[in-house]
Design a protein around this ligand. Structure first.
Ligand code: ATP
Ligand code: MG
Length: 299
């Protein structure tokens, strides 16, 4: 299956939560595509890296079968299919290469609001609806609990109301869907986010260099996610106070040149900067504050 190829093929979600952020991330890595009319296959223009646009469920299998080299998919989907493969004696045949910092959510057990949560033992003999049966079975068996797993492909949260299950195990981000269905989350089975999934073994053809370059560029983009370059002028005697306010940032760097308002300073902040922080800096003596986006860097 893992035939020699001189182009890299990446599977991403065609539409859905991960589709746009996945494309943006790859575009930020310098990739561009000529889109075919049906848009299932996008031919790489700037580099020999092509995209396959698919349902997220198909991504682990495409990598396992060697049809695609990489994929951008939720850890929940990747782990579910790895567990399902293990149940029938197959190795995963892919691995998580990088967490990508978007698509964050948790796979959680949720029970009716009126119940008291007393721990996993309470689940003995109950029916649990989920789209993640393999992860759930693994979690239950690790705790010695025998419950019946009701596999549903969607609308899991209405199962208790329909009496097809007693409780559910589903993805949660804000928790609003659970609340709307009179359910409350009680246990986390998996912390998930979008990940770059790739093959277990490396490449021995042109894909090896392409793959190394892609990962290096991706690291350069991911490292600076949320990073900002902060520039301002200040009188030298205000620098100690400003430095205290910027404790989370990199050390202040003085730029050459003198201004009526003092010296020019800059620093990199790797966490989000709020308006309130900017106003505090201004009160402490910073002038001409500018917050600049930083897109990428090399190690
Ligand atoms: P597809 O048509 O590709 O099969 P889907 O309906 O399975 O799409 P989406 O709903 O687009 O998938 O979700 C894709 C991924 O987004 C999930 O697998 C999960 O990793 C992540 N995600 C983040 N927050 C949530 C959430 N609140 N509910 C569901 N998925 C979420
Ligand atoms: Mg899906």
């Amino acid at each position: 299956a893992n035939a020699t190829r001189d182009r890299l093929r990446i599977a991403i979600q065609k539409s859905g939560r991960l589709a746009d952020p996945a494309r943006s991330l790859l575009a930020a890595c310098g990739l561009s595509w000529r889109e075919s009319r049906d848009k299932l296959f996008c031919y790489g223009e700037s580099l020999p890296v092509d995209l396959l646009l698919v349902r997220d469920d198909d991504i682990p299998g495409l990598i396992a079968d060697g049809v695609c080299d990489y994929g951008i998919v939720g850890r929940n989907e990747l782990d579910e299919q790895a567990n399902a493969r293990l149940e029938i004696g197959l190795s995963p045949a892919y691995r998580e290469v990088r967490p990508l910092g978007f698509g964050g959510c948790r796979l959680m057990l949720a029970i009716p609001e009126t119940w008291e949560w007393e721990g996993a033992q309470q689940l003995q003999g109950l029916r649990i609806a989920t789209s993640y049966p393999a992860i759930l079975r693994q979690w239950l068996s690790a705790r010695g609990v025998e419950a019946s797993v009701v596999e549903l492909s969607g609308s899991v949260e209405i199962a208790p109301k329909l009496d097809t299950a007693d409780l559910i195990c589903d993805l949660v981000s804000s928790g609003a869907t659970l609340k709307a269905n009179q359910l409350k989350p009680v246990e986390t089975l998996l912390d998930s986010e979008a990940v770059l999934a790739g093959p277990v073994r490396g490449f021995n053809d042109a894909r090896a260099d392409l793959s190394a370059m892609l990962l290096r560029r991706m690291d350069g983009v991911l490292k600076l996610k949320d990073s900002k370059l902060l520039m301002f002028r200040a009188a030298p005697d205000t620098v100690p106070a400003l430095t205290r306010l910027l404790a989370d940032a990199e050390p202040l760097v003085q730029l050459p040149g003198e201004h009526a308002e003092g010296i020019s300073l800059q620093t990199m902040c790797h966490t989000a900067i709020s308006w309130q922080q900017l106003e505090e800096l201004e009160r402490a003596g910073a002038r001409g504050l500018m917050v600049l986006s930083v897109e990428r860097s090399l190690a």
